[in-house]
Design a protein. Structure first.
Length: 272
């Protein structure tokens, strides 16, 4: 099976009914999103998509028979293939720089591969060389601009904050609902009794992804038994992931939000 590099990610070339398509797992991979993100978006917007035009549901037996893609021997559910149009409709809510870069590359390099024509004359060869040089200069400029943005954002991400402290610096986020949102996303769980005040703990899979960890703290009180509390500690990769979710409007937002994506830079001298 042939592959193509999209944003430094190797994607298999998958064709179905004479056109290139992508799976939901491929979208998560190339957009560097948590596993299952594209699937949730698909289920949420499925009624707006047209089967046979925007997507195809293909049974695993047909996929194995024609060896369209490699799937697990245990797979039983149908596989969803998205066409270029379905893919663009599904990811149009992703607004961060990575999403725009990946969309452009997928459309230009994957869905609409350009046929290379060998120059037949010296003049054609010189024009091709000039075009390639111009493209390289534009790519270098784009990479330089991207590097500047990354440097700025890296100054924004600081390890050691709580999720509440981090999202408080994001314009429009409803900070009071962030713990509930983390529970819905499968980052944390409530370890307290239903009648007690919530006590959030971090799932092991979240720690393995280096998004969030926890710090034990001993609570001592006169006349009371000493017990341990765990404080949530946001790691840099987790901060970047929350920022991506923020740009995708996947975090709880205030009703009074003005629609602007902005943040307050971390300042150790300023209490948040």
């Amino acid at each position: 099976m042939n592959t193509i590099t999209i944003h430094q990610t190797q994607l298999p070339i998958v064709e179905y009914r004479g056109q290139r398509v992508v799976t939901l797992a491929m979208i998560d991979q190339v957009h560097e999103r948590p596993e299952g993100t594209a699937g949730r978006n698909f289920r949420e917007h499925r009624e707006r998509l047209i089967e046979g035009t925007d997507y195809f549901k293909v049974c695993v037996d047909e996929i194995r028979r024609h060896k369209t893609i490699e799937i697990s021997a245990k797979a039983r559910e149908d596989i969803t293939f998205l066409t270029e149009q379905g893919y663009l409709m599904l990811v149009k809510s992703l607004t961060d720089d990575l999403a725009w870069t990946v969309q452009r590359q997928l459309v230009n390099s994957y869905f609409r591969p350009q046929q290379f024509t060998v120059p037949q004359t010296r003049a054609e060869a010189m024009r091709l060389a000039a075009d390639l040089e111009e493209q390289n200069e534009l790519l270098a400029l784009e990479n330089q601009q991207q590097a500047v943005k990354i440097e700025i954002l890296e100054q924004f991400f600081m390890a050691g904050e709580t999720p509440f402290q981090f999202v408080k610096r994001l314009n429009g986020v409803n900070c009071s609902q962030i713990s509930h949102a983390l529970m819905e996303m499968g980052w944390v769980f409530n370890d307290a009794d239903l009648e007690s005040r919530p006590h959030y703990r971090v799932y092991s899979r979240t720690r393995e992804k280096r998004w969030l960890t926890e710090k034990p703290r001993q609570i001592r009180g006169e006349g009371h038994t000493t017990f341990t509390r765990y404080d949530l500690v946001l790691l840099i990769d987790g901060a970047k992931k929350l920022h991506d979710l923020y740009l995708s409007q996947k975090l709880p937002m205030k009703k009074t939000w003005d629609g602007r994506f902005s943040y307050i830079k971390f300042n150790a001298e300023t209490s948040l």
